[in-house]
Design a binder for this molecule. Structure first.
Ligand code: ZN
Length: 314
């Protein structure tokens, strides 16, 4: 009996010391180390909930560049409005569903499918079954560009679910309270599907963001020549940072302070390309990459920005 109780005391003391050690690590470690400790214990939910509870996410307007590997999905939250641009490839879309669920997003005022590539629309069919958007915007492509199976399945889901669907129109404005969203789209004929990408600009007070989809340099030139007001503090670079998009001329035109690249770690295309990173460096634009930082949230009160990332970049 005596021996057993002595053993119990020893066990209790050992546990107490371990608890003390763990709390000491959490209390005295620098913030980045603390983040890394959390990250290594549970890389998914814990870090994501931190980013979702961050100062950036709690601003009146917050833009969430969700980490979906090689693909795109961006959530715009403003007051009670929720707008989703793209929904990742099917295999990565669970990240989007989970992200929306954790934020308790139960309705979408607008869903924008920039263009019908699988890394942008793959997750939409399932999403629409979960959260029906009030309006679904898509680009109108010429008949010469064949529809993929993913696209046909999605169009079928939109019909079955009776989702209001519209083709994007160049320079059309949508108002969500004090937030103004404008869509831009090429009015020329292209061979590349990417060049039909819906380009989205949002403005709230003095803050502005631009989302390029996978639009290439031809489209950038077309929109610049037409004098489209694309100036924005935050640029989501076209085509995951490919050098087919984002010319120096375009970057100087947009005048962004921040740039976000949505791309997968060690992706087979080498996105973002070094040419584009060089341009950003020359123009002293702060860059964020989902492959390095995980989900990136850039929030604003209409004048100032706050930024939060899921992981600290290496
Ligand atoms: Zn893409």
């Amino acid at each position: 009996m005596k021996k057993a109780s002595k053993n119990k005391t020893i066990t209790a003391s050992v546990i107490a010391v371990i608890v003390l050690l763990i709390s000491a690590i959490f209390t005295f470690s620098p913030k980045h180390l603390w983040k890394k400790i959390i990250g290594s214990t549970d890389p998914g939910t814990v870090a994501v909930s931190q980013v979702q509870g961050s100062e950036a996410a709690n601003q009146p307007l917050s833009v969430h560049y969700i980490d979906v590997g090689q693909g795109d999905s961006t959530l715009i939250r403003f007051e009670n409005y929720n707008i989703l641009i793209d929904c990742a490839k099917k295999a990565e879309a669970q990240n989007v569903y989970d992200y929306l669920e954790q934020l308790e997003v139960d309705h979408l005022d607008l869903a924008i499918a920039t263009h019908p590539d699988a890394d942008h629309i793959g997750g939409f069919a399932e999403l629409i079954n979960r959260v029906k958007p009030d309006l679904y915007l898509l680009p109108q492509l010429p008949d010469s560009i064949k529809k993929t199976q993913t696209e046909l399945t999605l169009l079928n889901t939109l019909r079955t679910m009776k989702v209001k669907t519209e083709y994007a129109v160049n320079a059309k404005e949508y108002h969500f309270g004090d937030l103004i969203l404008t869509t831009y789209i090429t009015e020329q004929i292209h061979e590349d599907k990417n060049d039909y990408s819906i380009v989205t600009h949002i403005r709230y007070k003095n803050a502005s963001y631009l989302f390029m989809g996978d639009a290439g340099k031809k489209v950038e030139n077309e929109l610049m020549s037409a004098g489209c007001p694309l100036q924005a503090d935050v640029l989501k670079a076209g085509h995951h940072g490919s050098s087919k998009s984002t010319s120096m001329k375009f970057v100087k035109y947009v005048l962004a302070r921040y740039c976000v690249f949505s791309c997968g770690l060690d992706n087979e295309y080498g996105h973002p390309h070094s040419e584009v990173l060089q341009i950003m460096k020359k123009q002293k634009i702060n860059c964020y990459r989902t492959d390095e930082s995980g989900t990136v949230v850039i929030g604003t009160n209409g004048n100032q920005y706050s930024i939060s990332t899921e992981k600290s970049a290496a």
